[in-house]
Design a protein around this ligand. Structure first.
Ligand SMILES: Nc1ncnc2c1ncn2[C@@H]1O[C@H](COP(=O)(O)OP(=O)(O)OP(=O)(O)O)[C@@H](O)[C@H]1O
Ligand SMILES: [Mg+2]
Length: 264
């Protein structure tokens, strides 16, 4: 392994760590992810002011809201990157509030963060392999095959440095890396950002396909129309507080909500 790869492995190792998590099976009565009255912020600035939401097994839930509403802060708090000041995060019946990111990843809660953060100096394949560092490592080869089948474009470029891939290809790589960990819940933070309309179409088709294969997804998006097309339920976050929770049809039936929060 090259020195760069070793550094990246260590970085991911530091994030993901090595403690095993015990998974329990979620039932219809237990949401896969339940966020209760979550508060978090940066320094003295409170960004999340008591947010409660849930994602059930097999759902696609859209989390909408304008720039700065707190969507990424919510994701990062759920994933252990921002410490909550109050509230609870329960994943698959297990309290993960304030847990280390590595334990959260091990439990199968995987985030593809905003801004497709791939390791630019590592190859496509090395980036994918890092996705299985903390979870599903023993099935790495089979999962690589699966990701390459899902993204033929990546299969053609296994040795290309990630930093030289196009924006769209890097987004596919970031999602592929998330899939390498066999997510039980995949959080996608603005996956369509900066993609051409054609690629956005392709991306939403892919998300719908992954959902069709049984993956539970929390989808943070500014592409409101397309997100509501594929989501079963939606939340609108505004200024750190939920303004709406319900079905896409209910959301679209409210002219005020559409105008005020969705720019529609
Ligand atoms: N690391 C940080 N330190 C200080 N303030 C931050 C930090 N990250 C985010 N913020 C602030 O928290 C607020 C919410 O930001 P956040 O990134 O969660 O919004 P968002 O809904 O994801 O927006 P966008 O749609 O633009 O991605 C913003 O006012 C932002 O400036
Ligand atoms: Mg964001």
């Amino acid at each position: 392994m090259s020195a760069t790869a070793a550094v990246a492995v260590n970085a991911v190792n530091a994030v993901n760590g090595a403690t095993a998590a015990t998974a329990t099976t979620s039932t219809a009565a237990t949401p896969l992810l339940a966020v209760h009255d979550l508060r978090a912020g940066y320094g003295r600035v409170e960004v999340l002011r008591g947010v409660s939401l849930e994602v059930r097994t097999g759902e696609i839930v859209a989390l909408l809201g304008s720039n700065g509403a707190g969507k990424s802060t919510l994701n990062n708090t759920v994933c252990g990157l921002v410490a909550p000041s109050a509230g609870r995060v329960v994943f698959d019946g297990r309290d993960l509030t304030g847990a280390k990111t590595r334990d959260i990843v091990r439990a199968g809660l995987i985030q593809v963060p905003e801004g497709r953060r791939v390791f630019p100096n590592l190859s496509v394949q090395e980036n994918l392999e890092l996705g299985s560092f903390a979870r599903a490592r023993e099935r790495r080869a089979a999962n690589l095959e699966r990701v390459y089948t899902t993204f033929p474009r990546l299969a053609e470029r296994t040795r290309q440095l990630a930093g030289t891939m196009s924006g769209g290809e890097q987004q596919m790589l970031a999602i592929g890396r998330g899939l390498m960990a066999e997510p039980r819940l995949l959080i996608l933070d603005e996956p369509s950002l900066g993609l051409s309309p054609l690629l956005v179409e392709e991306l939403f088709a892919l998300i719908a396909r992954l959902h069709g294969e049984g993956l539970s997804i929390l989808l943070v998006e500014q592409n409101v129309g397309q997100s509501l097309d594929i989501a079963g339920r939606a939340y609108v976050l505004e200024n750190g507080t939920l303004r709406f929770s319900g079905t896409p049809a209910e959301l679209l039936a409210s002219p005020e909500l559409k105008r005020a929060y969705l720019g529609l």
